[in-house]
Every structure is written in structure tokens, then in C-alpha cells.
Design a protein around this ligand. Structure first.
Ligand code: G16
Length: 543
């Protein structure tokens, strides 16, 4: 039986960089999740009788919201829901399932790398039929709808048992509970040379993969240990936990510090270390004695992708988010292919991928992916690295040094000031914006500003324009500082400062990153008055 339940709008359901992310108690308010789910359905057209894919990263409150989505999908007229067993689907696996089964779209429950638990973070996002995050015109429509919604539709039915694979029925709608891993693992076997990687492990190559007690565990166990035959124990923290074991499932140098320390521990360190985040779309790549920044990883993967079977015909183009370093631009230039600079947010790559303009995309925020799905994909990046290592037979250190020698090195770092007062953070950005016109020609130590702007993106495919996507300050000689506020935090505001210097001289490629960027870091402080405005004298996280 379908009920129409009266509700009142919430004013705070504006999707951010990647869907709606809030603390669990916010989502637990009466009708809060239902309002947002109904607002999604009300913003879509033509889904009657079609398939919706549903899954999440297994964090606290995942199962409860999955039951709501299923019952509301039935009441709203979907013909079928496909849901991962246990309510689990990594974000890239969900993208693949949407594409493979030609679903109308999908709802992914995740707050990515943010912590989980009864008082931590939760999130809901909608992905369209190409498997990618909904573009801004849809997220804007969802927000507009959420502000005026007066009722939602739901069927009265028992909760579905999510733990048995098979076909079921809820309120007259079919529900298929699927193995969350198998379709994705098959796709990886098509893209990469599994036998070359198996040989590499057979030669004693040692790898550590930290699944951070998050969703990638079952995928990594199946692919790395079972199909690629890496020794048992290669994949660590592989059981997804609702609170990620109390940690931040964020694969960076702060939250994956144990892995980093092990990789830096000298000659007995493993050859290759990697980690993925809460929902499996981010990656951390570390070689024996060398951390590879996400921006460098994007460039190196793009330069070597042809070594993997899925890309042996070459790549069509590369896209990177604006704050990501220009290392990939050098590769695109050499390959004679297109390079596209988009705002932060994977949704901006969708049009370029669908139009065949680009094959590989990446972001400084530990995301890399390709046209195989429409999300970034942590395990994909790890497997492409393994494929390259297997074919080249060289160490990570050698591969990275040779890359810098060929293309130059883009020293790069991101300084995050997390949970700062939102008014102070907005004031800082507004002040910067107001003084943009006066900055060219200004000197900060030896640095001279050559240009400054507020990045706006003109989508070459659908001609849409996205303004105010980050303040860029360029310096003579090619260095750059970018300031922007994160769109994924759930407490106060997070100021991100992205700092980059290009160094063509191979004799100067071994500097410590923060020292190599010291004058730019000091300039960022003078230009934006970070400490006086935020009350912080140091970043919370440096990556
Ligand atoms: C999301 C988006 C990414 C973005 C990242 C950081 O990733 O999908 O495109 O780069 O957030 O965004 P922000 O700088 O606004 O916090 P994820 O892994 O959190 O879904």
C-alpha cells in the first residue's frame, strides 16, 4: 500500500561537491532523509518502470536509509531496484552497475573519506544513467525541490533482508540483491594484464594495501589476493566497519600514517603501498621510500596507460580539476592530446568522458579514474600502477624520477584549515576576490604576481557556466597558489590552499616539498591573512 506522508521542508539540503553530507543525527531527524530522497525523485523525469541502483559504503545508518530508498522507489513507480548485498557497493562499483545494467540512475550512500558512526558523517547522492554524479542542473533542481516539498511517497512493507543474494519483491516492485564485487572484478580483468601482475607477485614483489576498514576491503581481497594471487595478508583492514574502526577512512599522509611510515622504513620496506577511502573512489600511492602525489600519479598513469590492455590504443585526452597540478598538462602536450581543466568535483568530468574527449581524469584530492566508469576509482588506480610496474620492471622510485626528468617536476602541496568559523572563511575568500584586480604586479619576497582571477568553467559540451570555483594567483615563472572552500565538510568551513611550483631542472628534483614551496607558502599567508582571519597558525592537514 502506498502512503503519501505530509512533511515540511528543511532549509539545509543543498548538495555540496558530492551530494548531501551531514552528521548522522541530522539525517536521523524525522522525514529528513525521506524529504531528500523524494526531492531527488521529483527532480527526475521518465523513470517509471525503470531500474534504480542502490548501495553504500556500509557506514553507520547505511542499512536504514537503503530500506527507505527501496520503499520510496516502489511508491514512486520504479520497476526495479538493484542493491548490493549487505547494502554494500563501492562508489566506482555502483557506477559500473548502473552502466552495465543500463539502469535509469543510482543512489549512493556515502560521506566518502569522512568518519562514520552515530555522531559522525553520512551522505546521499544521486548518479545519472551514465553512472556519474548528477550534474549541477539536477543538484540545483533537487535543492529547489527540497525547499518546497510538502509530502513524500512510501510503501508500507517489511524491511528487505539485504544479506541474501537473489530476486525479491517490495510493494509490487522487483528487488535484486547482487554480489557487490563480481561485476567490478570482471571489469578490472578486462582492463588490466592480470597474468603480468600475477608474475610480478610470483617474483616476490611485495605490496601492502590498506582498505582502512572501509568498502574496498572485499574488492581488494577478491582482486589482489584471490585473482592476482598476492600473498594473504597483502590486504589489511579489509572488513568494512560502520565506524571504520574509529578512524578517518581518508587515504592521506595523516590518516594512513602507519602505511606511510612502513613504506619509508628503508630497504626492507614493501615495494608498493596503497590505500583507498570510505567509499572506494580515492587512492593513496606510495613506493618504497617515495610518496607519489595524486597530481603526479595522474600524470604518470596517463603517460604509461598504453602499457595496460584496456588503454593500448592510446588515450584521447586528459582532464584534471583546476587545483590539481599541471603535471598532466606536460604529458598531454607531449602526447599531442587534449587537456581540460574543470572545477573540483567529479561530476564535471562526465560530459567530457561521454563525448569521448578524454580517457583519463584526476584530481589532487586523491582521485583518478578513466572512461571505464563515471566516478573516480581507487582500486583502478592501484591496478593500473601494478600493471605499469609489471610491464616496466622498474621500481616506483625509478619510474617517478624518470618521469620528472622527462617532463619536469611540479612541486605540489595542499594545506587544509579544517572546521574554521564559516564567516571568517567566507570573509577571507570575499576579501581576496575583492582585491584580485590589484594583485598583478604585486611582489611577495622574490615572487611577482603575473595574474589573478576567480576560476569560472565553461563546459565545452553543454555550454553551461560554473562561476566562483576558486581564487587563482599566478606568479612569474609559472608558480601558482589557489584558495577555495571545500564543498564536502560537515563542520564549519574548510579552507584549502593549493601551492605549486614547476621545476624543470633535474638537479633540483630531490628537494623536500615544503621547503621547495616555502616562499609560496609565506606569500599565501601575506596575500590571504590566513592566521589572523582564521585564528590558526598552522594547517590541520598537509598533503
Ligand atoms: C569529492 C568529489 C571530488 C572532490 C573532493 C574534494 O570527493 O567527488 O571531486 O575533489 O570531494 O572536494 P572539496 O575540496 O570540495 O572538499 P569524495 O571522495 O569526497 O567523494
Amino acid at each position: 500500500m502506498i502512503s503519501t506522508v505530509a512533511t515540511k521542508p528543511f532549509s539545509d539540503q543543498k548538495p555540496g561537491t558530492s551530494g548531501l553530507r551531514k552528521k548522522v543525527p541530522v539525517f536521523q531527524q524525522e522525514n529528513y532523509a525521506e524529504n531528500f530522497i523524494q526531492s531527488i525523485f521529483d527532480s527526475l523525469e521518465g523513470f517509471q518502470g525503470k531500474t534504480l541502483v542502490v548501495g553504500g559504503d556500509g557506514r553507520y545508518y547505511n542499512r536504514e536509509v537503503i530500506q527507505k530508498v527501496i520503499k520510496m522507489a516502489a511508491a514512486n513507480g520504479f520497476g526495479k531496484v538493484m542493491v548490493g548485498k549487505g547494502g554494500i557497493l563501492s562508489t566506482p562499483a555502483a557506477s559500473h552497475v548502473i552502466r552495465k545494467y543500463k539502469a535509469f540512475g543510482g543512489i549512493i550512500l556515502s560521506a566518502s573519506h569522512n568518519p562514520g558512526g552515530p555522531t559522525e558523517d553520512f551522505g546521499i547522492k544521486y548518479n545519472i544513467g551514465n553512472g556519474g554524479p548528477a550534474p549541477e542542473k539536477i543538484t540545483d533542481a533537487i535543492f529547489a525541490r527540497s525547499k518546497v516539498i510538502t509530502s513524500y511517497r512510501i510503501v508500507a512493507a517489511d524491511d528487505l533482508d539485504l544479506d541474501n543474494i537473489g530476486a525479491f519483491e517490495v510493494g509490487g516492485m522487483q528487488v535484486q540483491v547482487i554480489d557487490p564485487v563480481s561485476d567490478y572484478a570482471e571489469l578490472m580483468e578486462e582492463l588490466f594484464d592480470f597474468s603480468a601482475i600475477r608474475n610480478l607477485f610470483g617474483l616476490g614483489f611485495r605490496m601492502v594495501f590498506d582498505a582502512m576498514s572501509a568498502v574496498t576491503g572485499p574488492y581488494a581481497k577478491e582482486i589482489i589476493e584471490r585473482r592476482l594471487r598476492a600473498p594473504e595478508g597483502t590486504v589489511r583492514n579489509f572488513t568494512p566497519l560502520p565506524d571504520f574502526g574509529g578512524h578517518h577512512p581518508d587515504p592521506n599522509l595523516v590518516h594512513a600514517k602507519e602505511l606511510y611510515d612502513e613504506m619509508m622504513s628503508g630497504k626492507d620496506a614493501p615495494d608498493f603501498g596503497a590505500a583507498s577511502d570510505g567509499d572506494g573512489d580515492r587512492n593513496l600511492i606510495i613506493g618504497k621510500g617515495i610518496f607519489v602525489t595524486p597530481s603526479d600519479s595522474l600524470a604518470i598513469l596517463a603517460a604509461n596507460a598504453h602499457l595496460a590492455p584496456g588503454y593500448n590504443g592510446g588515450i584521447a585526452g586528459i582532464a584534471r580539476s583546476m587545483p590539481t597540478s599541471a603535471a598532466a598538462d606536460k604529458v598531454a602536450e607531449k602526447l599531442g592530446i587534449g587537456i581540460y581543466e574543470t572545477p573540483t568535483g567529479w561530476k564535471f568530468f562526465g560530459n567530457l568522458l561521454d563525448a569521448g574527449k578524454v580517457t583519463i581524469c584526476g584530481e589532487e584530492s586523491a582521485g583518478t579514474g578513466s572512461n571505464h566508469v563515471r566516478e573516480k576509482d581507487g582500486l583502478w588506480a592501484v591496478l593500473l600502477w601494478l600493471n605499469i610496474l609489471a610491464v616496466r620492471g622498474e621500481s616506483m622510485q625509478d619510474i617517478v624520477s624518470q618521469h620528472w626528468a622527462t617532463y619536469g617536476r611540479n612541486y605540489y602541496s595542499r594545506h587544509d584549515y579544517e572546521a574554521v568559523d564559516a564567516d571568517a572563511a567566507n570573509g577571507l575568500v570575499d576579501t581576496l576576490r575583492a582585491k584580485l584586480a590589484t594583485l598583478p604586479g604585486a611582489k611577495f619576497g622574490d615572487l611577482v604576481v603575473s595574474a589573478a582571477d576567480d576560476f569560472a568553467y565553461h563546459d565545452p559540451i553543454d555550454q553551461s557556466v560554473s562561476k566562483s570555483q576558486g581564487i587563482r594567483i599566478f606568479f612569474e615563472g609559472g608558480s601558482r597558489i589557489v584558495f577555495r572552500l571545500s564543498g564536502t565538510g560537515t563542520s564549519g568551513a574548510t579552507l584549502r590552499v593549493y601551492i605549486e611550483r614547476y621545476e624543470p631542472d633535474a638537479n633540483r628534483h630531490d628537494l623536500e616539498t615544503q621547503s621547495a614551496l616555502a616562499d609560496l607558502i609565506a606569500a599565501a599567508e601575506s596575500i590571504a591573512e590566513i592566521s589572523s582571519r582564521t585564528g590558526r597558525d598552522a594547517p590541520t592537514v598537509i598533503t
